[in-house]
Design a protein around this ligand. Structure first.
Ligand code: GLY
Length: 376
């Protein structure tokens, strides 16, 4: 891969600034990319078994090109790994591997590994640096950038964690080739979210090129990842700890978290699928509240449908609880402040804003109609 094919998106956070490198073939170049960060030529890699089988050898070879050796711990795949027992195992393994304060931990995997490894790095010896090598589309466009790390507990998702920014992110577009179609599309839910929340021209671009990039066009995939990361980098640089603007990244997420809880955080509904359905509901609610034009929700749903994505409650298999129970689950969201639910709504495509002024009867009616649609 030539240097010109790889693009760099900086995340401007002063002394903690870092680059997100986006391009095909970065795994093979990992040694050259990571070497400037190292005080000695070795890294500790946290990964998961499926990803390790596909990509660990290529990372080992890429690091060896620059004389860097690796030790790796492969955890089980799946959301269950983002938990206290696996965090303890990861931290103890890093200590046994004699990772020092000046060393670098590498997270090779999707969002689960990135969040867990980032948190392990945050608390190991009061903080060591880490590099994200995201292997899923969702991790490349969202979770590997911005420094949110953590685990789930019995009380809910992501309730324990830390802001700990990576020192480098290597988003190798070629790794997306190995993703099953459903896993690719769940990440695409987060890509669409960026257009919907703040960039109407990007949404239009996705309407035009989304099907071709889903079919495998690498140049289009790279452009979608680069634009998504650039939007996120800008938001994170302005509002690292989510005091304001960063909350816009939660478009669709209040609905999504309730639906994930209702479906058991498993294969019935993947996170990005919930985000896509949540975005469609957020636009429907915005239109009903007279905030955006009546045709906007239809345009959002049409694009998601054209991509073959879940976009309605009717697309979720099996039983769902009633509207009241879903509202109860929405109330468990981290974003509840002083008991008031906060929503990200929109004045149009690309114009999202945060509000806690959603009349409860409007919310209930929206969900009742969406649930009734399932019975048709
Ligand atoms: N995934 C939302 C955020 O990073 O703020």
């Amino acid at each position: 891969m030539s240097q010109t094919e790889c693009e760099t998106v900086p995340v401007e956070l002063g002394t903690r600034r870092y680059d997100v490198r986006v391009g095909a073939g970065l795994l093979a170049r990992a040694g050259h990319e990571i070497a400037p960060l190292l005080t000695r030529p070795r890294v500790a890699v946290l990964t998961e078994e499926t990803v390790a089988a596909l990509h660990l050898k290529a990372l080992r070879n890429g690091l060896a090109e620059a004389g860097i050796t690796l030790q790796a711990l492969a955890l089980p795949p799946g959301e269950g790994t983002k938990s206290w027992p696996h965090l303890a195992r990861a931290v103890e393994w890093l200590l046994e591997a004699q990772v020092e304060r000046g060393d670098v931990v590498v997270a090779l995997g999707g969002g689960v590994i990135g969040d867990l490894a980032g948190f392990a790095a945050a608390i190991l010896r009061r903080g060591v640096r880490f590099v994200q090598i995201p292997t899923s589309l969702l991790a490349q466009v969202d979770s590997s950038v911005g420094g949110k790390t953590g685990i789930n507990t019995a009380q809910g998702k992501n309730l324990v964690g830390a802001f700990h920014q990576p020192s480098l992110v290597l988003a190798d577009i070629a790794l997306l080739d190995t993703l099953p179609a459903r896993d690719f599309l769940t990440g695409y839910g987060e890509v669409v979210k960026y257009g919907l929340l703040g960039d109407a021209a990007f949404f239009e671009w996705l309407e035009r090129y989304g099907p071709a990039l889903a079919a495998g066009d690498r140049a289009l995939r790279q452009e979608a990842v680069r634009r998504s990361v650039a939007m996120k980098a800008g938001i994170v640089a302005r509002d690292e700890t989510e005091q304001g603007e960063r909350a816009l990244l939660n478009l669709g997420h209040t609905f999504c978290h309730a639906l994930e809880a209702a479906t058991g955080y498993g294969g019935r509904l993947l996170h990005g699928e919930g985000v896509a359905i949540g975005c469609a509901l957020a636009f429907e609610l915005s239109a009903r509240l007279g905030l955006c034009a009546q045709e906007e929700p239809g345009r959002v749903a049409a694009h998601l449908a054209a991509m073959g994505m879940k976009h309605r409650l009717a697309d979720i298999e099996g039983d769902l609880p009633g509207a009241e129970a879903l509202i109860g689950l929405m109330g468990q969201d981290k974003k509840v402040v002083d008991g008031r639910m906060r929503f990200v709504l929109a004045r149009g495509i690309g114009e999202a804003f945060v509000t806690d002024a959603v009349p409860p009867d409007m919310l209930r009616a929206l969900l009742e109609d969406a649930l009734a649609d399932r019975r048709r």
